[in-house]
Design a protein around this ligand. Sequence first.
Ligand code: SF4
Ligand code: SF4
Length: 317
Amino acid sequence: MQKNTLGKTGIEITHLGIGTLTMSPMQRGLNVEDGAAVILHALQSGINFIDTAQMYGSYPQVEAALRQWRGARPVVASKSAARTREAMKAAVEEFLQQTGLDFADVFLLHAVRDEQDFAGRSEALAFLLEARDRGIIKAVGASSHSALTIDMLGRNESIEVLHPMYNRDGIGILDASLADMTSFLQRARSNGKGIYAMKPLGGGQLRNDAVASLRWVLASGVVDSAVVGMTSVDEVNLNVKVARNQEVDIDFARKVAGQPRKLFINTMVCINCGACIKTCQQSALKPGDKSPQIDHRLCVLCGYCAPVCPRFAIRII
Ligand code: SF4
Ligand code: SF4
């Protein structure tokens, strides 16, 4: 599979990476053994890039896969929404402890909203940069759904890697158009930033046209890699075929597309506190009489709302 160097970091990643949100307890909730088997199959199929996050709860699946893997060490990226130095230090320690790795290849500020939010995480960023100088992290970056924020981050010297929302239909891209995002990524790339795409299938919304959608992102010329959440061997096989530019059987692609997933709020336990509404960057949640109303057209299944719910009322099913 094609490999690209992630900006100026010197880190080589495959054009396709495996994302671990969909297999995590936040979404499909594969058990450790089953999640590890999918990651292991991805590694055996030529993928060398695994994306995870503190929020996902998928470190045990990553650890179990790495323990069984006999090939070269893959590249592992993680992220944390920690805002303080202490919280980010704890996040990095949690990553190392739970994955069994002695360093993180890439560590990101997770889901930066805007310039003010970025400024509010300066202590956390300072810790990541110190950790990089000590060799605990190889590259530091940030993820965002916002095109303007990606442009701002792309101009920041401390940020080496960008993880933007990016897909063919512009699903979930905030604050500017898909064309704007593309030109911001082109500029960031020419400034030496490494870039890997988030939600190339629009959080599942493009699943019925997954082959063309993934091909579009990989051929865009503005990303070093695209990470796709995968929960089965079939999904891995399909995406690997696309990344290798191989023919894909339409019936097989239809079978893999499977059933749509949706956000679900358990109204029996929701106390209508509104915390999820404030957290959702996509404006997919609106106040309702007994619980928030979900606009499924706007929801990209990022899962950011679930951890803030005091009643564990939010699921993706
Ligand atoms: S409703 Fe939740 S999962 Fe959907 S976009 Fe908003 S934060 Fe993400
Ligand atoms: S955060 Fe949880 S309890 Fe609060 S409104 Fe949202 S679903 Fe309900």
